[in-house]
Design a protein around this ligand. Structure first.
Ligand code: 9M1
Length: 233
């Protein structure tokens, strides 16, 4: 039985990433606002765009704290951010959605999200993904490292030095794999299941591109930052 142990520098790496991840939490107040009152679809949509805009700002701040990220080529940093923004949004959404809420709140939240002018066809895969993330009961280290792995995906469009990104991603994958073995000794497949979620995430981000076209049709407004990061208009 191979003795799995996390080295001192790996512990330091996890500490930096988790602290950054927790420091850059989305203010939960948007979710609370959505839960508070019954708004119109337009108001719900506006709340969601506010939530997405602040999440992008949070994402940029978070990536600066990923060890090695700022030493990557500047244009590659942008390519990684742009390429992972939607996936990071859905990962964060899933984490917000699967947070323990007073009973009945999750259903209300789901119903409010459904009534925000988004076509029904995207809701099913989206909520299925949230459920599959929720079922993993990830600890915050796993959430932070999984988000980091998503950001450090080497094969995003326009990334020039993929090897440099791969080296960084491998460092994170290695410590996450060890943590999963230590954290879930009874479930040797846990690490594989975590990575399987990243595949589901990519599918969701394809749906998101289609969602955008349907929103444009109903002339929904987006913030300049969202237009930039989501390639809208
Ligand atoms: C963490 C940042 O996440 C977002 O901003 C998501 C939030 N999304 C959620 O399902 C969601 C999850 C938990 C909540 F508590 C909540 F309130 C929403 C997904 C989506 C509906 C597709 C969306 C978001 N922003 C938009 C802007 C315009 C249109 C659509 C969205």
């Amino acid at each position: 039985k191979e003795k799995v142990e996390i080295t001192k520098e790996q512990q330091a790496l996890v500490k930096v990433v988790v602290e950054a991840y927790n420091r850059h939490q989305i203010p939960q107040d948007v979710a609370k606002k959505l839960l508070q009152d019954q708004y119109s679809a337009e108001e719900n949509f506006l709340l969601l765009t506010e939530m997405a805009t602040s999440q992008v700002q949070v994402l940029v701040e978070f990536t600066k704290n990923i060890p090695g990220f700022l030493s990557l080529d500047r244009e590659d940093q942008i390519a990684l951010l742009k390429g992972s923004a939607v996936e990071a949004m859905f990962l964060r959404s899933a984490q917000v959605f699967s947070k323990k809420m007073p009973n009945g709140h999750t259903e209300v939240l789901e119903e409010r999200i459904r009534k925000s002018g988004i076509s029904e066809e995207f809701m099913t895969p989206m909520f299925n993904f949230y459920k599959s993330i929720g079922e993993l009961h990830m600890v915050e280290e796993e959430q932070a490292l999984l988000t980091t792995i998503t950001i450090l995906t080497p094969d995003r469009p326009y990334v020039k030095d993929q090897q440099a990104v791969e080296r960084l991603q491998e460092t994170i994958l290695d410590v996450l794999r060890k943590m999963c073995v230590l954290q879930h000794p009874q479930d040797p497949q846990y690490f594989a299941r975590l990575l399987g979620r990243l595949t589901e995430l990519r599918t969701l981000s394809h749906y998101h591109a289609e969602m955008l076209t349907s929103w444009r049709v109903n002339d929904h407004k987006f913030t300049p930052l969202l237009c930039e990061i989501w390639d809208v208009q």
